[in-house]
Write a protein that binds this ligand. Structure first.
Ligand code: GLU
Ligand code: ZN
Length: 295
């Protein structure tokens, strides 16, 4: 039965191939959507051409297909959404909620990553400047479906943050909020590396009068050296010929007890098992999971 009250999504960045960590994120969002008859959308987060790997978009789509994933509707590309992002930035500037910042990297480093508001009232020209959003001196909190309550004080722990970079590229924080609302996303399932971003996104939703989705952050797989899987080096593509066993392993990383016999099944059959047995309460409630602990 289709469930019109659930819209999920997977939103890969084409800076490289899908790796095992992104497979786990794709799988969690897919199963959570399909287990309740919801829709599952695909959005390519191609905001940063200099960091895009040539061919990555195609490779990501082919891998998702080989691993049996089916998304609803046509894929959205953030590179097609610049006009929408700019319109909101213009609005925020007009309202005095955002401002131009000309601080150098060196000046910023001196403050340990929390912007002290140097340019708030400087009225710098926009050209060649970053655009920052003023944050309130408030704590934002939400109840994550797996991680429980998460809170962050935007003024003290984050500071005014960039919504358009100095080189003119739009920031992830802005684009993700606008696109999730525009696509009607009700449920965000993604890696716990983004927990720290969520309060900024809640603030943007509040400011722009957008609905707040539900959140489920899955533990981030980390390598023995403590690095996030897939980020510390250019990981190889997921092997096309081992889809079923890797989906099984991804299920187990999510606490879902996929039987070993499934390794011999087709990717679609593994996904069908995952949908039928999906139990988000079994997802480990931790922010990181060492990869070597996985079977
Ligand atoms: N594009 C982001 C990533 O690949 C995910 C963004 C999100 O799920 O909100 O890490
Ligand atoms: Zn500044």
């Amino acid at each position: 039965m289709p469930n019109p009250t659930y819209v999920g999504r997977f939103a890969p960045t084409p800076s490289g191939f899908l790796h095992f960590g992104s497979l786990v994120a794709a799988l969690a969002s897919y199963l959570d959507a399909r287990a309740c008859g919801g829709r599952w959308l695909l959005r390519m987060e191609d905001l940063d051409p200099p960091r895009e790997m040539p061919g990555a978009q195609d490779a990501i789509l082919r891998t998702l297909e080989r691993y049996g994933f089916e998304w609803d509707g046509t894929m959205v590309r953030q590179s097609d959404r610049h006009a929408a992002y700019q319109a909101v930035i213009d609005h925020l500037l007009q309202q005095g909620l955002a401002y131009a910042c000309t601080c150098s990297r060196k000046q910023l480093e001196a403050h340990g990553g929390i912007y002290p508001g140097t340019c708030r009232n400087a009225a710098h020209p926009m050209t060649g400047a970053a655009i920052r959003l003023r944050v309130p001196e408030l704590e934002y909190r939400f109840l994550d479906r797996v991680q429980g309550e998460f809170r962050q004080h935007l003024g003290r722990e984050v500071g005014d943050f960039v919504i358009r970079r100095r080189d003119g590229l739009y920031a992830y924080q802005l684009a993700v909020v606008l696109d999730d609302a525009w696509q009607g996303v009700t449920d965000i399932v993604r890696g716990a590396d983004l927990l720290d971003s969520t309060p900024r996104q809640l603030y943007l939703q509040e400011l722009l009068g957008l609905p707040q989705p539900r959140y489920l952050h899955i533990p981030l797989l980390i390598q023995p050296d403590g690095h996030k899987l897939g980020k510390s080096y250019r990981s190889p593509p997921l092997p096309a010929d081992r889809a079923a066993p890797l989906l099984g392993r991804a299920l187990r990383a999510l606490g879902q007890p996929a039987p070993a016999e499934l390794d011999a099944a087709s990717p679609r059959q593994v996904l069908a098992w995952g949908i039928a047995h999906w139990d988000p309460t079994r997802i480990p409630a931790c922010r990181t999971l060492p990869e070597e602990q996985l079977r």
